[in-house]
Design a protein around this ligand. Structure first.
Ligand code: TIU
Length: 220
């Protein structure tokens, strides 16, 4: 069993049975004019992790391990967007409105794409998700079952919203979850720090955390 040093203790996984889930590294969250900005956030913090996420993705690709990307987005008719989500924030722009990168948080619009630096390659699954968790109303569980994978590494944004929600969903489905500490980010540094702490508290109640450079040598 490969063993990755981590907190609160080492993360073990069966050789060759590990997948990377990259959450919502899309223009709507990391560039001005998208959903993140429409909610009132300063998006500049999130761009800093792009090179580290790219390194992690490259490591999984080189090892021949699955890389799965997610995008938060809604159908053009917004039939999969609860009115409560659309109304939240009382911003001048909301989901479905026309912004500088097209309709905000709508599938197929330029702003909903994964950023070019982290573009998926042929053969990698891209999960379109209407919620914060990547298991809700998506085929993610089926994809992982078919791949025979029960151990997951997580990266992406934002740490305390879609990343943490997905890790908690994964927990309840029996997956072992490792969060790549420097390949995830929040608009709020204190929320990121609190999320890392709460994930690994109580003996790893949600999972494990460790930096990308600690993960990479154990993938091959
Ligand atoms: N607002 C915020 O921090 N996040 C989201 O709305 N979605 C994701 O985290 N992807």
């Amino acid at each position: 069993m490969p063993i990755i040093p981590a907190q609160p203790y080492a993360f073990e996984f069966p050789a060759g049975k590990l997948a990377l889930i990259v959450i919502d590294m899309q223009r709507d969250f990391v560039e001005p004019g998208g959903f993140g900005a429409a909610l009132g956030n300063d998006v500049s913090l999130l761009t800093a992790i792009i090179p580290t996420v790219a390194e992690l993705i490259a490591g999984f690709r080189k090892a021949g391990l699955p890389v799965i990307h997610t995008r938060e987005g809604h159908r053009a008719d917004l039939s999969d967007c609860p009115p409560s989500k659309r109304a939240r924030g009382k911003g001048s722009l909301t989901i479905g409105d026309s912004g500088p990168m097209g309709r905000i948080l709508v599938d197929g619009e330029p702003g909903n794409d994964i950023i070019p630096e982290l573009a998926p390659i042929a053969g990698e699954a891209v999960i379109l998700k209407p919620g914060k968790g990547a298991f809700y109303a998506t085929p993610l569980g089926d994809i992982l079952r078919r791949a025979g994978v029960n151990h997951l590494v997580f990266a992406g944004v934002t740490t305390e919203v879609c990343v943490q929600t997905t890790m908690r969903e994964a927990n309840d489905r029996g997956y072992e979850c490792l969060l790549a500490e420097d390949a995830t980010e929040s608009y709020f540094p204190e929320f990121k720090a609190a999320t890392l702490a709460m994930i690994r508290a109580q003996g790893g109640i949600v999972g494990w955390t460790t930096p990308v450079k600690t993960i990479l040598p154990h993938l091959a």
